[in-house]
Design a protein around this ligand. Sequence first.
Ligand code: CO
Length: 210
Amino acid sequence: MNSIDKLFLENKAWASERRKDDPSYFKRLSTIQTPEFLWIGCSDSRVPANEITGTDPGEIFVHRNIANLVVHTDLNLLSVLAYAVNHLKVKHVIVCGHYGCGGVKAALTQHNYGVINKWLRSIKDVKRLHLTEIEHLPTEMEQLNRLVELNVEEQVINLAKTSIIQSAWKNAYAPTLHGWVYNLEDGLLHKIHEIKPHQLADHLYCYDNL
Ligand code: CO
């Protein structure tokens, strides 16, 4: 059996298993979507949002890209964010990176990855912002993993800078912003950063006059 046929076979088995547990499962899910979380994660195949959080379809709205970046000109991300915040009214927006991230690792080098260099450009700026701290770390692995954490923190701040989040906070739809890092080696999540709506005053430097 080829690998594509196997996917369809597994899909059939999964769907029938779900129906066996709960005959109305698909009927219910097909009519309503009320996730409490928006997940902005890395595209890395080892960091699937639902599996690592033990959540079911319908519970997390998901956007993934290389190195879990929040880029203000990324229409894809902004559309997902706007829909999640304004229509689904998610309570939490999570940026989740992971230790050993290939995208962050690539940004630490001067290699030419073609168009990917442009996507990773902002991570080099995260490094520049925290250069002293990173360069003081003794090993490449420690430097990489600290940059993974700092990158997540910066992306949470980037979320706070979007007019979507700023308007939501102003209008009392108030999602909390979270920055997490996932450890591939033990499967555990770690909290890195958090911005709650009542901390708005601490982040006024991020704000536009909406
Ligand atoms: Co990654």
